[in-house]
Design a protein around this ligand. Structure first.
Ligand SMILES: Cc1ncc(COP(=O)(O)O)c(C=O)c1O
Length: 483
């Protein structure tokens, strides 16, 4: 069983339980070029070119390293439009893992969300959830539904040390069901773990309690298992009731309580794809017709058969505690090292990545100046490391055009699983500490090109002053001619 390794001299440290056998050369442009590239990209880290990036910590989505076993499986993919053996293998693996009988393939997580929303959300209905994800909310609201978030209050307190900050507030769940009327709740969506609140997990106990409440009220439960891998790790190490359970048993216990389980296999399963699993044929029939319409035939759903083979093996590997410990342990290491330097980060360390608290790092900036986006540009300029804004910029404006200020202004430094070594993580930590020491230099951003939908993906911004030039000058002063 992997854990942190105790060293003979010094503290514990996370250890890679794998070796690298294929490498990709990286490029670290000089700071003046990084400044130029950032502005060519409209100060939006999504619009940078990968060739100009040293460490890509934008996301964990579709960028996790594959294993030798996954690569080997890709060679035996059965390339057929209909009735592929590859699909049968993936479907059987999903069924074994979640104790489900039906599997609908889709090309990624948001495609599953589109289908779920089309099949189950009627105008005027509400979907209750612990916390929204950008694409989930966009699909539900597009169809006239409303999203309500019922996360425990600790979830949006970046300092609270509770172990399961992604949990539902169960009293609030009961209250909202009673107030809305069960018939007006399309379904309850359980996002385990959470994305937009710092990768914080839910406990097994909380998920089972949510499912119970839903059953009592005749409401369908939908588990978004995209980030389940990290959440399983946290249940195993933080929840007393699960400490002697295997990862397989924890997964089954949760899955058995759910009506529908969907996932992005860009995260769960170390591949690129997704799917929806369920036990009840009637539920399957409500969604089935949308697969050929939006995704592709029922035995590939928009995925390549090679990716499907990789996901099958990736899901098997997700049941291996050694493998799923690596991401959370690296994230915890980064969080702790930054904390030692006083950098405000979300605690306790969650899954998905290390989350920097931009509101506290840049208290001189208002929400309207997009502090998290500004911090992400500063980090790239200082390091060539790309993170992602998860704050006001990632929100959609209110219907009247006013800004909807995010509860948390975060920069997510995602930790692609099995990709970076500890020395690369140490480099990122070093440069983030430097940015923090020079935080007074950092100013705001403003849009000059703002899309109406999901603006964070391709909106373009500019700095509100020459603060980035000053940051580059300070970098040169402190680092000489170092990259
Ligand atoms: C919790 C959660 N649900 C759904 C999605 C959407 O998945 P995809 O990016 O594959 O469309 C994501 C992606 O980040 C996610 O984190």
């Amino acid at each position: 069983m992997s854990q942190e390794i105790k060293l003979a001299y010094g503290e514990k440290m996370p250890l890679e339980m794998h070796k690298v056998r294929i490498v990709q050369k990286l490029n670290l442009p000089k700071v003046e070029d990084r400044y130029k590239f950032m502005n060519e990209a409209g100060n939006n880290t999504f619009l940078l070119q990968n060739r100009d990036i040293f460490m890509d910590m934008l996301t964990d989505s579709g960028v996790n390293a594959m294993s030798d076993r996954q690569q080997a499986a890709m060679l035996i993919a059965d390339d057929s439009y209909a009735g592929s053996e590859t699909f049968n293998r993936l479907s059987a693996q999903v069924g074994k893992m979640f104790n489900t009988n039906f599997f609908l393939p889709a090309h990624q997580g948001r495609a599953c969300e589109n289908i779920l929303a089309e099949a189950f959300v009627k105008p005027g209905q509400t979907v209750l959830m612990n916390f929204h994800f950008t694409t989930t909310k966009a699909h539900i609201t597009r169809l006239g539904g409303t999203v309500e978030e019922l996360i425990v209050k600790e979830g949006i307190d970046p300092h609270d040390l509770s172990p399961f900050k992604g949990n539902f507030d169960l009293d609030l769940l009961r209250e909202r069901i009673a107030a809305l009327g069960a018939e007006n709740v399309a379904f309850v969506r359980i996002e385990a773990g959470t994305n937009l609140v710092g990768g914080q997990p839910l406990s097994m106990e909380n998920m089972l309690a949510v499912a119970d409440i839903c059953k009592q009220n005749g409401i369908m439960t939908v588990l978004d298992a995209s980030l389940l891998q990290d959440n399983l790790y946290f249940i195993k190490v933080r929840e007393e009731a699960a400490k002697d359970m295997s990862i397989e048993d924890i997964t089954l216990k949760i899955a058995n309580a759910m009506d529908i389980i969907y996932f992005s296999a860009r995260k769960l399963g170390f591949g690129r794809g997704g799917g929806i699993a369920m036990r009840d044929e009637a539920l399957c029939l409500k969604m089935k017709e949308f697969i050929p319409l939006y995704e592709g035939f029922l035995t590939y759903g928009g995925m390549s058969v090679r990716e499907m083979e990789a996901i099958t093996v990736g899901l098997q590997e997700t049941m291996d505690f050694d493998i799923i410990s690596q991401g959370p342990l690296f994230i915890e290491y980064m969080v702790k090292e930054l904390q030692k330097a006083g950098v405000p980060v979300v605690v306790p360390a969650g899954g998905l990545g290390c989350h920097l608290n931009a509101s506290e790092i840049l208290p001189h900036l208002s929400h309207a100046e997009y502090p998290a986006a500004a911090l992400a540009t500063a980090i790239y300029i200082a390091s060539g490391v790309r993170g992602m804004e998860r704050g006001t910029l990632s929100e959609q404006r209110n219907p009247d055009g006013s800004e909807r200020y995010a509860e948390l202004e975060l920069v997510r430094m995602a930790m692609p699983r099995r990709v970076y070594t500890l020395s690369q993580v140490n480099y990122a930590i070093d440069r983030i500490k430097w940015v923090y020491e020079n935080r007074d230099l950092i100013g705001g951003l403003e849009f000059y090109d703002e899309p109406k939908v999901l603006r964070f993906f391709f909106g373009r911004l500019r700095p509100t002053s020459d603060w980035q030039e000053k940051l580059v000058a300070k970098f040169r002063e402190d680092f000489g001619d170092s990259l």
